[in-house]
Design a protein around this ligand. Structure first.
Ligand code: GLN
Length: 454
C-alpha cells in the first residue's frame, strides 16, 4: 500500500513506471499475507518489486518501451519473474527503459526519459538515471519499489546503478534464464537485480537465477546462498587492478575513487596486484559490431503481423515497411542499419568475423588473469557521474553516448559477472560507483568484496 501511494505521488515527476499494476499488487500481497499466516512464506514473501519492461509478464503490458510493441500483453511469464513470484514477491508495475534496451541514458524510450532522483548541489537541472535500465535504477533510488529487475547487454544494469547510488549485478552469462525476456543481443543479454544495497541484491539474485530447459544457454550449476558471502573477511583474496582501465582523460575524481576502493579492500585484508588486460581497447568497437548484428536479427520479428503495432499498407510488404518505419525509434533504426551492414556478404569478414575474434581475445585476457590467481578485478563503473537530460554533446554524437560503456562492455563480451556498487560522491554531490568483475559463476566473491566498499 505504501509503495502504491509513493508511486502515485512521485512517478509523474520521475517517469520510472510505464505501467502500474496496483490491483495485481494488492491481490498478490493478500496471497502473501495468507501464506505468511499459514507459516509457509517464501524467501521474498510480500516484497514489492518493479519489473523492467523487457521482461514478459503474463497479461500485463510488455512493450520494451517501444512503440512497435504497443499494447502487447504476453500470454506467458518470463522465467526470471516467475521465479520471483514463486518466492512470494509482489509486482508493482513495469519500469521504463531505453527502447529495446539500446542506450545509456533512458532517453530512447518511446515513453519519454526517466529522471534521476538525484540533483547536483545547488542545481535544479534534471539528470539522466543512466540506461538502459534507468526506470529500474530510478525507482529503487526513489524508493518506488524495494528492488527491481533489470537486464545488462553492455552495462545496462551497472551504469544506471552507478548513476543512482544503487547496487546492480550482472551475473555470469547463463546464470539467469533469458526465456521470456525480449531479446536485444542474445549472446550478451543477462538479467540481474538493481537493489538498495549489496545484501538485497544477493537475496534477489538468488531468487532470479535458475537453470531452465526453455533457455539452453542457462547453466546447470547450483545457485548458492549468496547472502552467506556477505561479511566474510577478505583475507587471502587477490584483487587485480587493470592498467588498461586508466583511460585517457579519466577525471581525477574517478581516479581518486578507484584509489579509495583499493585502500578499502586492502584494509579489509585483500592483497592488491597490478594486472594487464591487453585487448581492452578493442572491446567497445567490437561490442558495437556484435550487439547491433544480433539486434538486427532479433528485431526482424517485429513486422506488424504478430505483436503490437500494425500500420496498414497497400500490400503486406508495404504494411511491414510502414509498421517498422513508424514503430522503431531512431536509435533502434541506427542499430538495425549497423547490424545488417556488418552482417552483409561483402563486409561480414571485415567486421563481424573480426569482432568475434576480438571477443575471443578479450575472454582470454580475463582467463589468463584468473588463471594467475586473481579472484576479482576492481575498476570504475563509469567514466563520469550522471549527466544532464538532452546533453548536447551526446545528442550530437552517438559515439559519445557509447563511451559510457567503456568499463562495462568487456564483462558482457567475456560472459563474466560484474557488480556496480556505490563508492562515493563527485564534487557536485552525485553518486559514483566502482565495479568488481569475477570469475565465471563466482558471484559470491563479488558480493563479498562489494559489501566492503558500499
Ligand atoms: N549502452 C549499451 C547499448 O546501448 C548497453 C545497453 C544494455 O546493456 N542493454 O548497447
Amino acid at each position: 500500500g505504501a509503495y502504491i501511494q509513493a508511486i502515485e505521488n512521485a512517478n509523474e515527476a520521475l517517469n520510472a513506471y510505464i505501467v502500474t499494476t496496483p490491483e495485481k499488487a494488492l491481490q498478490m500481497a493478500e496471497a502473501s499475507d495468507a501464506r505468511l499466516a499459514a507459516g509457509n512464506a517464501g524467501a521474498l514473501e510480500g516484497i514489492p518489486l518493479g519489473i523492467k519492461d523487457l521482461f514478459g509478464t503474463e497479461g500485463v503490458h510488455t512493450q520494451a518501451a517501444s512503440h512497435i510493441l504497443d499494447g502487447f500483453k504476453p500470454h506467458y511469464e518470463s522465467t526470471v519473474t516467475a521465479n520471483l513470484w514463486a518466492d512470494g514477491a509482489v509486482m508493482l508495475g513495469k519500469l521504463n527503459m531505453d527502447e529495446f534496451a539500446m542506450g545509456s541514458s533512458n532517453e530512447s524510450s518511446y515513453y519519454g526519459p526517466v529522471k534521476n532522483p538525484w540533483r547536483a548541489k545547488g542545481s535544479n537541472a534534471d539528470l539522466v538515471p543512466g540506461g538502459s535500465s534507468g526506470g529500474s535504477a530510478a525507482a529503487v533510488a526513489a524508493r518506488l519499489c524495494a528492488g527491481a529487475t533489470a537486464t545488462d547487454t553492455g552495462g545496462s544494469i551497472r551504469q544506471p546503478a552507478a548513476f543512482t547510488g544503487t547496487v546492480g549485478i550482472k551475473p555470469t552469462y547463463g546464470r539467469c534464464s533469458r526465456w521470456g525476456i525480449v531479446a536485444f543481443a542474445s549472446s550478451l543479454d543477462q538479467a540481474g537485480p538493481i537493489a538498495r544495497d549489496v545484501r538485497d541484491a544477493a537475496i534477489l539474485l538468488k531468487s532470479m537465477a535458475s537453470v531452465d530447459a526453455k533457455d539452453t544457454t542457462s547453466v546447470n550449476i547450483a545457485v548458492p546462498d549468496y547472502e552467506t558471502a556477505i561479511g566474510k573477511p577478505l583475507a587471502g583474496l587477490k584483487i587485480g587492478i587493470p592498467k588498461e582501465y586508466r583511460v585517457d582523460g579519466m577525471p581525477e575524481e574517478i581516479e581518486k575513487l578507484w584509489q579509495q576502493g583499493i585502500a578499502w579492500l586492502k584494509d579489509a585484508g585483500a592483497s592488491i596486484v597490478d594486472i594487464s588486460l591487453p585487448h581492452t581497447t578493442y572491446a567497445l568497437p567490437a561490442y558495437y559490431i556484435v550487439a547491433p548484428a544480433e539486434a538486427s536479427s532479433n528485431l526482424a520479428r517485429y513486422d506488424g503481423v504478430r505483436y503490437g503495432l500494425r500500420v496498414p499498407g497497400r500490400d503486406i510488404v508495404d504494411m511491414y515497411e510502414k509498421t517498422r518505419a513508424t514503430g522503431f525509434g531512431d536509435e533502434v533504426k541506427r542499430r538495425i542499419m549497423i547490424g545488417t551492414y556488418v552482417l552483409s556478404a561483402g563486409y561480414y569478414d571485415a567486421y563481424y568475423l573480426q569482432a568475434q575474434k576480438v571477443r575471443t581475445l578479450i575472454k582470454k585476457d580475463f582467463e589468463d588473469v584468473f588463471h594467475a590467481g586473481v579472484d576479482a578485478i576492481l575498476t570504475p563503473a563509469t567514466p563520469s557521474a550522471a549527466f544532464g537530460i538532452a546533453d548536447q554533446d551526446m545528442a550530437a554524437d552517438p559515439v559519445k553516448m557509447y563511451l559510457n560503456d567503456i568499463f562495462t562492455v568487456t564483462v558482457n563480451m567475456a560472459g563474466l559477472p560484474g557488480i556496480a556498487v556505490p563508492a562515493g560522491l563527485d564534487a557536485r554531490g552525485l553518486p559514483l560507483g566502482l565495479q568488481l568483475i569475477g570469475r565465471p559463476f563466482d558471484e559470491e566473491t563479488l558480493f563479498q568484496t562489494a559489501y566492503v566498499i558500499e
